[in-house]
Design a binder for this molecule. Structure first.
Ligand code: ZN
Ligand code: ZN
Length: 253
């Protein structure tokens, strides 16, 4: 399986519009972060987790001409707002499969009413089919995807495990029971927002603590804001086998 980090930034991305923080002014391409998303590829299958406002740019950058579906973690704009840009895919393939946690289905149907409505559809509107996900394994292509539930501020949201890879973003707390689903991983991707603590996201020290507990072979940090620091400086301080992800990073599993 090939994993591509489409974006590794928090909700406003890096640089933040108009911001003069040194990280936002950095020339290092690894300090430029689009909104967080990953692409999973194996055999002829290609799935995307999350579809924020940078989806179009991410698909262009990675030269993607076909997808088999999009899986959502939660409803926040930085994870869903790019949905209109599935149009080239729905024109080519018809309904794009969307794997949507039950709790957020209504939110997507309301915000993107024109995509899901059957009446008075305007020509060229994207078309999609929702597959509702509950907190139990489901089939994705010829593999099994396991939802992992955790808390993001007050929201119960999903991350996903597929074989020995797991993608957990926007996590703040996770129960011991759900943690059992993400042990024995080869690669864990986990959010680490900044140095200071935050009400809805793990900061760096909390993320490292959870990684220490879960003991994956390797961990990659994502959903990063400019206050975390320069990519190069932060990565040089991380424990062994923990890395800072960056946009365009590809892993082979
Ligand atoms: Zn987010
Ligand atoms: Zn969020």
């Amino acid at each position: 399986m090939k994993i591509t980090f489409l974006g590794t930034g928090t909700s406003q991305g890096i640089p933040v519009i108009g911001c003069t923080h040194p990280v936002c002014l950095s020339d290092d391409p690894k300090d430029k972060r689009l909104r967080s998303a990953v692409m999973l590829e194996w055999k002829d299958y290609r799935y995307i987790i999350d579809c924020g406002m940078d989806f179009r740019q991410q698909m262009l950058r990675e030269n993607v001409s076909k997808i088999d579906g999009i899986i959502f973690t939660h409803e926040h704009a930085d994870h869903t707002s790019g949905l209109d840009d599935i149009r080239p895919f729905s024109r080519a393939m018809g309904n794009v499969p969307l794997y949507v946690p039950e709790r957020i289905r209504g939110n997507l149907e309301q915000r993107f009413h024109y995509i899901f409505t059957k009446v008075n559809r305007y020509p060229g509107a994207p078309s999609a089919k929702i597959h509702v996900i509950e907190n139990k394994p489901f089939t994705l292509g010829d593999k099994i995807m396991i939802p992992v539930e955790f808390i993001h501020g007050k929201l119960p949201i999903f991350g996903y495990r597929i074989e020995n890879f797991a993608y957990l973003t926007d996590l703040k707390t996770i129960s011991e029971k759900e943690k059992e689903k993400i042990r024995n991983l080869d690669v864990l991707v986990l959010n680490a927002l900044q140095i200071n603590s935050h009400p809805t996201h793990l900061n760096l020290s909390e993320a490292l603590e959870l990684i220490e507990d879960l003991q994956p072979k390797k961990a990659y940090l994502t959903h990063i804001n400019h206050y975390l620091g320069f990519h190069k400086a932060v990565e040089s301080e991380l424990p062994e086998n923990v890395y800072l992800a960056y946009d365009g990073l590809k892993l082979e599993l």
